[in-house]
Design a binder for this molecule. Structure first.
Ligand code: 5GP
Ligand code: ZN
Length: 113
């Protein structure tokens, strides 16, 4: 996806504050943080949303979930954090390259709807 903003971040065409990278996933700070810790974790291979996931994505998505917990702990979220994946129009997804939000304190986050 040549014009996808997160694919462009993966390729290094747009700068980002990376916190973790391996062959399957990339994690970087959200440009507009909504909490003291706000990190996005994405599969490097383009997939538009959770609704488009196929069995071929299982390795990358497994890697993503395990890494997310470790990244959260490493960024001061030992007392907990929230993860969100917004999907599609109803989920108010803005960037159509699947991403997991990690949101953390130190104080408790506002309740969800
Ligand atoms: P969504 O609403 O799609 O779940 O969230 C998209 C997120 O991507 C938003 O929190 C937004 O701030 C973040 N974002 C959008 N463009 C960029 C960018 O160019 N760099 C970074 N680091 N984050 C971005
Ligand atoms: Zn993409």
């Amino acid at each position: 996806m040549s014009d996808c903003i997160f694919c462009r971040i993966v390729r290094g065409e747009i700068p980002s504050k990376k916190v973790y990278e391996d062959e399957h996933i990339l994690a970087f700070h959200d440009i507009n943080p909504l909490a003291p810790v706000h990190i996005l974790v994405i599969p490097k291979a383009h997939v538009a949303s959770m609704a488009q996931l196929e069995p071929e994505h299982e390795v990358a998505m497994g890697r993503l979930m395990v890494a997310a917990g470790r990244i959260a702990r490493e960024h001061g979220c030992a007392d907990g954090f929230r993860t969100i994946v917004n999907t599609g129009r109803v989920g108010l997804q803005e960037v159509y390259h699947l991403h997991l939000h990690i949101l953390g304190g130190p104080d408790p986050l506002p309740p969800m709807l």
